[in-house]
Structures are given as C-alpha cells and as structure tokens.
Design a protein around this ligand. Structure first.
Ligand SMILES: [Zn+2]
Length: 447
C-alpha cells in the first residue's frame, strides 16, 4: 500500500517540476478512500444494457459530483438513436473544466453501461463489496473502476495544478456494450469529439495499468439463412431440409474457411495471442420449429425445417479488406451450392466496424508511456484489443486519431461472474492519468 504513496519519480523534462509531480502523486494517494467509495457508488447503480437501465440516475450522480469539483456539465440524451425510448432514454454526460490559460483538451471517455449479471456469482453483483484489496461487482473492471480513476485523476490534477493550460473533459456514455450508437457515436456525430475542441482521448477500458491499447480489430457480423421446404417429418423426401443445407455450410467452413483464417496473421500487437489471426465465431444457430416455453409439456411436431439461420462473427485484421472478408464467405456458399441441388441461401449484413490503430508516436501514446515509466518504473506494453470499443466512433465519426484505451483492471474478468478491480491498480492508473494531464496541460514549451 505504501508503495503507492511514493512511486519512483525521476525529473521530468520541462513539463513538471519534481515537487509538483510528487504533490500530484500524493494527492491521488490521499484520495484512495474517495476512489473506492466512488467506484462502489457507481457499481450500486445497475446500468444494465440491454435494456439500458438507470442511465439518467448514473448521469445525475456524476453531474452532481463533477459540478461540485468545478466542472461545467452537459447531460445529452441521444434522442432518436437506436434503443432510445421514453422508457429507456439513452443519457450521456460530458463535463468540462477549463484552466486559466489556453491549451489543449484531454478527454477521458468511459461507458457507464454494464452487461447482464449471468450466473455463478458469490457476491452481490451490485453491492460494491470490498475484499482483499478489490472492489467487486458487475462493471467493476468494465469499466466503472476506470471511470472513477479518471475522475479522481482529474480532480487531483485540478487541485494540484490550478494554473494549468487547456481543458480536462470527462464523459460517461451509454450503450458501448451494444455498439455505442446511443453514446459515443451520437456525441461524435454532434461534434463533441471534433479535433478542434478535443485533442487527446483516453478511454479507461480495463487493459491493465501497464499497457497502452492502440486500437482494435475489425468486425463483420452477418446472418446466413438456408432455405428448404416444409413437409411431414415421416416423409422428408417430400420436403427439403434447411438444417441439412446449413450442415453442409458448416462442414465447408471446417474444411476450408477455418484453416484459411488460421493462416492469416497480423502485425498488430493483438492480445491475447490467439487473436493475432483472423477469427470467426458462429454466434447462434436456429432451424425448424421454434423452441417452446419451458413450461410446455408436449412433444414437438414432425416437420422438415424450411429455414435455418446462423449468425457469424468475423473479426478481421488491419491487413485485410472488408470486401475480401465478405467475398470469402460468398465464395464458400457458392462452393456448397455447386454440390447441392436446390441449395438456396441469403447473407444479410448485420454490423461492421473497420479496424482502428493509433500510431505509436501519437502524442497521447508517448505521453501516457512516459507517465507509466514514471509511476510504475517500467516500460508499457503496446496492445491491440481483440474486440472493438468506442474508439471506432471517435476515429471514424469524430475523425480524431489521437486516442487510446488505458485503464485499470484485468480484461479477462470483463463480463464474468465475480468481476473485480484492484484498488492499488486503480490508484496507480489514476496516477498515470494525472501525470499525463500534467505533461499535456502544463503550458510549458515542448521539451
Ligand atoms: Zn468496456
């Protein structure tokens, strides 16, 4: 614990003198209990998505907190965005604090939604229990711990360096877990991430306190449907079984597509190791008669299935082209068609995201790297996320390239039962964030 109060400090160029750095690190350490309490409060507001519960409540809570710390607060509802409704409005908060001197703006963006609880918990998922140096609960690491760390970092920085140059922004946004359309995508469309008002973005997703995440792989989701003809199950020869057609499609994937994808490797530093190649998951399969309610006590009826659908989740690399990715699947379907009379199918696009990767020499990357070296006395690892997060909207819609994910927590724990975030990790990453603010907003000439 005491190692947190006295991190390994070395003189830092012209940005910040040693004494200020030490005061800043101590200011974060002194806020340790506040950081824990803030994380607990955020976990105790169950912002489950879907359907999008308590978004207004969590934004209201954050508005009150940040207004007290001197931020100007805007609550923004993503009216008309997917899933926005009077019952479940998509609320976002953007808070801005300006220093007395002109300068750049550093923005911390966290999503405030969490995924469903699932089974297997041994603690209350919305209790915010503290045990063995960890805070437990749904969203602890993904990403209410990161949100709390960024708030503490900003508050400590503002208190320690009141004469700073530029602006600090904190946003908490909706729906990241379901694509971010009612959150960052909406804000980006409305100009909140225009490069003339925001110059640096840190997304405190749980990538570990010593890693800088530069971006993510691409995504293509599609639904494939095979067609058949319904008939009595005792005379299948009078129908045409859509499930058998789909079986042929999956067999062809096993035979040709999976080996092809396993052979495609990327130079992106994707973690974990298995995601350094192209991947495809079959998310679901449905064919024939619909499943009945669990309380249905009868037998199924004998029918030849006339429809079968799968949803595929293809993750692609920065070296790949989306059109090629789609063409591979189209070619596979045509190979199956060539072998099967009456084979009919459709492919429907559901969702697509292009890969995103910030340059390793971008200012936000080099600054956070130096801050990690200062606080943790080690060089950071540079990683790319296997799945996407809101950086895609900041990059594609906001046209802002100077963006990374950096925050406390272990990525593997996200969406799992007994999710937790380490308190020391939160404190140290808050120190890294605060020091990064000091380096970017000191007003001193570039050194
Ligand atoms: Zn997340």
């Amino acid at each position: 614990m005491c190692c947190i109060a006295a991190p390994n400090l070395a003189p830092y160029g012209s940005y910040m003198d040693n004494t200020t750095q030490e005061r800043l690190m101590a200011a974060i350490a002194a806020r340790r209990d506040d950081l824990v309490a803030l994380t607990q409060d955020l976990i105790r507001i169950p912002t489950l998505n879907p359907p999008g519960l308590n978004y207004r409540e969590i934004c209201g809570y954050l508005a009150e907190r940040l207004a007290k710390s001197g931020f100007k607060v805007d609550l923004v509802r993503a009216e008309g965005a997917p899933a926005d409704s009077p019952k479940h409005p998509r609320w976002n908060i953007v808070a801005r604090h300006e220093g007395p001197q002109p300068g750049e703006c550093v923005h911390f963006n966290s999503h405030h939604d969490v995924v469903e609880v699932g089974h297997g918990w041994t603690v209350d998922p919305f209790g915010g229990e503290v045990k063995d140096g960890r805070v437990y609960g749904r969203g602890a690491c993904d990403m209410k711990g990161g949100l709390a760390a960024s708030i503490i970092a900003a508050e400590a920085f503002i208190a320690t360096c009141p004469d700073y140059a530029g602006a600090v922004e904190i946003s908490a946004t909706a729906d990241e877990e379901s694509g971010g359309f009612g959150g960052v995508a909406y804000l980006a469309e409305k100009g909140w991430f225009d490069p003339d008002r925001v110059q640096h973005v840190i997304i405190p997703e749980p990538l570990n306190k010593d890693r800088i995440c530069l971006g993510h792989r691409g995504v293509w989701w599609a639904e494939i449907e095979t067609h058949g003809r319904i008939a009595h199950g005792s005379m299948p020869f009078l129908g045409d079984c859509a499930v058998r057609h789909m079986g042929a499609v999956i067999a062809e994937m096993e035979e040709t597509l999976f080996p092809l994808l396993a052979g495609k490797h990327t130079a992106m530093p994707v973690v974990p190791e298995g995601a350094k190649q192209s991947t495809l998951n079959i998310n679901s399969i449905h064919g024939g008669e619909a499943e009945q309610d669990p309380d249905y006590t009868g037998l199924p009826a004998p029918c030849v299935p006339d429809r079968c659908r799968i949803v595929i989740d293809r993750r692609f690399l920065i070296e790949e082209d989306l059109a090629e990715v789609k063409a591979e699947v189209a070619a596979l379907m045509e190979r199956v068609r060539a072998r099967r009379p009456d084979f009919e199918y459709e492919i429907r696009d559901l969702f697509e995201v292009l890969p995103s990767m910030t340059d390793q020499d971008a200012p936000i990357v080099t600054t956070v790297a130096r801050a990690i070296e200062q606080v943790l006395a080690r060089s950071p690892d540079y990683v790319v996320s296997p799945g996407t997060y809101d950086q895609k909207h900041i990059d594609r819609i906001g046209r802002l390239k100077n963006c990374i994910a950096y925050g406390p927590g272990v990525l593997d724990l996200a969406h799992q039962p007994d999710e937790w975030v380490g308190i020391d990790d939160m404190v140290q990453s808050a120190q890294v964030m605060a020091l990064s603010l000091g380096m970017l907003l000191s007003g001193a000439p570039d050194g």
